[in-house]
Write a protein that binds this ligand. Sequence first.
Ligand code: ADP
Length: 450
Amino acid sequence: MTLRNRVSVAAAAGVLIVVAAVSTALYLFYAASLRSRVDATLVDAAQQAAGIARSLKQSGGRGSGTVPDISTPVTVGSVQVQLIPGPVTPGQPNRFGPLDGHDVAVAGQAQPAYFADEHHDGQQFRVYTVAWADNPGGLVRTSRPANADDGALRDAALLLAGLTVAAACLTYGAARLTAGRILRPIGELTEAAEHVTKTRDLTSRLGFPQANDEVGRLASSFDTMLAALHESLTAQRQLTADASHELRTPLTSLTTNLDLLEDGAGLADPQAPALVRAAREQAAELDQLITDLLDLARYRESPPHRETVRLDLLTEEAVRRLRQREPHPAIDSELHPCLVHADPAGLDRAITNLIGNAVKWTPEGDTVRVVVENGQVSVTDQGPGIPDTDLPRIFERFYRAPAARGTPGAGLGLAIVGGVARANDGTVTVRTGPGGSTFTLAFPPLPETD
Ligand code: ADP
């Protein structure tokens, strides 16, 4: 069932319940008022007992000489009036069965007049029994068929039922019209989403007019989500293209060197050792690139595990490893004990990348300076600095400044540093000038514990 139908049916059902309840109450009220009107008619008729008795006697006096039976029921309008002269006795036969003690008590005015529903000749009657005031010990009984108002009641029931059904139908129609208008944007939104699913076109936008209601917000969130998806997909494609390109370069050199070895005199060729060395370097470059790509993927998300780390000791170890490189670089370090909460492997990788870059860009004979304090690692080189045009892009994946094209690397080192910083609630900043650059990796420091 469509949303529009569901809303309309719910509205119609609500109205049906309310109107049916009101109609039932009205019907019961009408039935009760009809009954009290009947009762009033019976009481009125009973009050005419004296007049009826008089006319009965007169008609007997004028008539054929037969004495009229005073207890013969007389019809007044729609009511039958029966006079029962006193004294009445229990068991005395009557139209509605023999009189009982209660009737005798009413006749003697020991009990008040009363109404009863009686069955006679297969018909239901409303009966009123009251003491006959002009005939002590006697009774007046007025009665009326109980079904006299059935027609009116049936008409009222039909009218109310018709009204109830009509109200429900009208509500359904009105709700369908209104729901159609209210839900139209949702329908359009659904179609647009289906279009995107079918065409896989993440550049399309719903372009709904800016509205502050739920549908407007949903549409704008949908557009934002599409844009984010598109951006992520483009970045993924770019990464795949860049990675393929970067992997192909050393692979081509490697294949060329192996071809040369194969085509020449093989390992007996005097060029062979140089070719093998070059091939090994290219294989190492490939290996480094693959490691960088894996690290980049790993440190982009939240780190696998974080622990309390001595930043100074971790940096000391990275410096020690780098100092062993050929030719031995000059690294000057000032390491103050401090603790941070971070992923040790990621941190080690980031610090190694920063010091490695500084060593790469510092001219031989000059010194790289590494300082650790207050949850921060600062690496300062004496290189040429970073041009303003490159500065905004150096943390992008695969970005290499034109000046760096001749040096080893694939442009992933700083992207990994940025990923590690983000994943560990840290930041990385750079200050640069003609005399060199300082990269600072900062984390919230933890209080020292002994
Ligand atoms: P790679 O070192 O492989 O080129 P990185 O991501 O480590 O890749 O660095 C990106 C770019 O940032 C480098 O190509 C270089 O232009 C610039 N860069 C990074 N570190 C320094 C530095 N210490 N001094 C000058 N330029 C730097």
